[in-house]
Design a protein around this ligand. Structure first.
Ligand code: SF4
Length: 187
């Protein structure tokens, strides 16, 4: 019986990067090899403050199984994680805390804003809620929805994997990156 699996829950296999192959050998660039390793071993730090965090729990559980993307090892220590996932409403008072966590993460690091609240404040257009985490830290991928379904969160992970896998090894030392950090007053 052949059952067609939904690609979002199908088993995943890391794709071979572009390169030259022949009998008994395969050669590629160091950049592509590092990109392959990084994109398939992301360690997320879940910064979950409200309902979107529950969707993330479903994303981690057996049905959606984020482990298929090499991301089963969550880290609650910023020193040991490279993907900050912000999920939920972030109060303005939490802004400096979030920023501090981002600063404590070692380079290279990436950020996903999961859900409307993290991306823009969502329905909470009030004096106390941060109107998007990109007011305090740079964001690489935004996942829309209130809340986004696990499929959308996985789609965000796939987008981050694309960015990570194709990022130049020089990017973190570039003038553009330095300027980006300066815009957030991060040295
Ligand atoms: S985006 Fe919606 S589901 Fe997510 S934290 Fe905000 S209110 Fe909750």
């Amino acid at each position: 019986m052949s059952e067609k699996l939904n690609p979002i829950i199908a088993p995943t296999v890391a794709e071979t990067p572009e390169g030259i192959s022949g009998q008994g050998f395969f050669a590629t660039s160091i950049e592509k090899a590092v990109g392959l390793a990084r994109k398939n071993s992301l360690w997320p730090l879940p910064f979950a403050t409200s309902c979107c965090g529950i969707e993330f729990m479903a994303t981690m559980a057996s049905h959606y199984d984020l482990a298929r993307f090499g991301s089963e090892r969550l880290s609650f220590s910023p020193r040991q994680s490279d993907l900050l996932m912000v999920m939920g409403t972030v109060a303005k008072k939490m802004g400096p805390v979030l920023r501090e966590i981002y600063i404590q993460m070692a380079e290279p690091k990436w950020v996903i804003a999961v859900g409307a609240c993290a991306a823009s404040g969502g329905i909470f257009d009030t004096y106390s809620v941060l109107q998007g985490i990109d007011r305090v830290i740079p964001v690489d991928v935004y996942v829309p929805g209130c809340p986004p379904r696990p499929e959308q969160i996985i789609n965000g992970i796939l987008k981050i994997q694309d960015l990570v896998g194709n990022e130049s090894l020089r990017r973190r030392n570039s003038k553009e990156y330095e300027d980006l950090m300066k815009r957030y007053n991060i040295e």
